[in-house]
Ligand binder design. Structure first.
Ligand code: PFF
Length: 461
């Protein structure tokens, strides 16, 4: 009963899918967001909860998203509608797709601003500004950039144009080639940075900080820390908004969803941990604060590049590769909406991408102004950028994830899911079903409900 292909194109090979989905997963979330969030909650205990979330919640939900996408073969909204009707469930399930579109808009609007910082840093590195920079200098360089609304606007605009250009052409084309070369290059450079940290940084302290959990670090804010670790897992794996679902809809039938998921989630986690191992040795060697927030990598990496031979070149290369990682993630944030506009309103891909891109661009302006001119404007105690980040990673994506888990585990028949996952009723399938029906929804549900309680407690709810 299911379509064998999508009207938007198909991945040419299984490797192409793995590359594209890893391209979506690996991005600013791993290299920019993971280290500073781990730093905000004291390191090891956060990392442990994060890894548990990836394994027990992220992996089964990623399998479910790919499975639903491949079975539906349409934009997430229409996939949910079609599958709900095929299984005799309420059409309201398509709201899940709509929620994903909203989350994608909000994420891309601030993601593009951070990608803009990355672009700014390519030029700062290349022009030798990192050379022998110290912690104070790096701090000033960062505040100089985020205080300059015009520059941020220019970079944000350029990045959004880059995203729209690729999405307009169709993601199954150019993306494959870019990811195949650039992802391994980013990986190698990260390993080099870890090597630098071993040699010149305080590596032992960093390893202990990241891998020796000390739950005392959570004191008084355990709920918040667990919510953030879970949110980080959803954000980093691109789950809960339909990005991986739509990539699954371009996947051929003869490919194992379970195996693909293991590879993608494994790579994503490895990159995040490597980023932590590259950054924290510098943090500790230079007496910086691990909890200095979203500027963390921009205040630490320049010190390392400024100190190593050929640092201007390697620094520029690093930020170029980070920009590409951000680009391949950003593309997947816009794709679900564009596919829907093409399917339902008969837009051309070009028109759909431009319209989506423009809307995100406008929202992004509010984000970048919240770093400077509008720094006094607070909603629930947060500026736009922080608010969008918190709301998407910690609330909307996990909520989307719970609904996906409930749909895949309870609404879809056992026959449909085992058929689409191509798994017999063996131990692996049973484990997946246990995780998707009980573990994932209950765990995420508790954390979310607690968060609403926490919000009420601090006067937000
Ligand atoms: N996973 C991306 C990252 O770690 O940078 C961000 C992201 C992409 C989140 C796509 C959500 C998404 F749907």
């Amino acid at each position: 009963m299911t379509a064998t292909s999508s009207i938007h194109g198909m991945w040419s090979t299984r490797l192409a899918f793995i590359l594209a989905a890893s391209g979506s997963a690996v991005g600013l979330g791993n290299i920019w967001r993971f280290p500073y969030t781990a730093g905000e909650y004291g390191g090891g205990a956060f990392v442990l909860v994060y890894i548990l979330c990836v394994v027990l919640i992220g992996v089964p939900i990623m399998m479910a998203e790919i499975m639903l996408g491949r079975r539906g073969r349409r934009s997430p909204i229409n996939t949910m509608r079609a599958l709900a009707s095929a299984e005799g469930r309420a059409p309201a399930w398509q709201l899940l797709g709509w929620m994903g579109i909203v989350a994608g808009f909000l994420i891309l609007s601030f993601y593009s601003v951070i990608a803009g910082w990355t672009m700014g840093y390519i030029f700062r590195a290349a022009s030798g500004l990192f050379t022998e920079i110290d912690a104070t200098g790096a701090g000033e360089m960062f505040s100089g950039l985020i205080g300059d609304a015009e520059r941020l606007l220019a970079w944000h605009t350029i990045f959004m144009v880059m995203v729209v250009l690729v999405v307009a052409r169709g993601v199954a084309g150019g993306l494959e080639k870019a990811v195949r070369i650039l992802m391994p290059a980013l990986f190698v450079l990260l390993v080099v940075m870890v090597g630098y940290g071993m040699q010149a940084g305080d590596f032992d302290t960093a390893v202990a900080y990241l891998f020796e959990p000390d739950f005392a670090e959570f004191q008084g804010k355990a709920g918040e820390a667990i919510l953030s670790a879970m949110g980080q897992a959803f954000f980093s794996l691109s789950l809960g908004m339909g990005a991986i679902m739509i990539y699954g809809s371009y996947l051929k039938r003869d490919s194992s969803i379970a195996q693909n998921t293991m590879i993608i989630a494994g790579l994503d986690t490895l990159v995040a941990l490597l980023a932590g191992l590259a950054i924290f040795p510098i943090v500790f060697a230079h007496g910086l604060a691990p909890d200095s927030g979203p500027g963390l990598i921009f205040q630490t990496l320049p010190i390392a590049f400024g100190d190593m031979p050929g640092g201007s070149f390697f620094g520029a290369l690093f930020f170029v590769l980070l920009l590409f990682a951000a680009w391949t993630s950003a593309i997947s944030l816009l794709e679900p909406l564009v596919a829907w506009l093409v399917e339902n309103l008969s837009f051309s891909r070009v028109r759909a991408s431009v319209l989506g891109g423009l809307t995100v661009w406008l929202l992004g302006i509010a984000c970048l102004l919240s770093l400077n001119a509008w720094s006094e404007v607070k909603i629930f105690g947060k500026g736009f950028l922080d608010l969008f980040d918190f709301l998407t990673a910690n609330i909307l994506l996990p909520l989307g994830g719970v609904l996906i888990a409930i749909f895949a585990g309870w609404m879809l028949s056992r026959a449909s899911s085992s058929d689409e996952l191509q798994m017999d009723d063996g131990p692996a399938y049973r484990l997946w079903r246990l995780l998707i029906r009980y573990v994932a929804p209950i765990a995420v549900g508790i954390v979310l409900l607690n968060a609403v309680g926490v919000l009420g407690w601090i006067g937000l709810g």
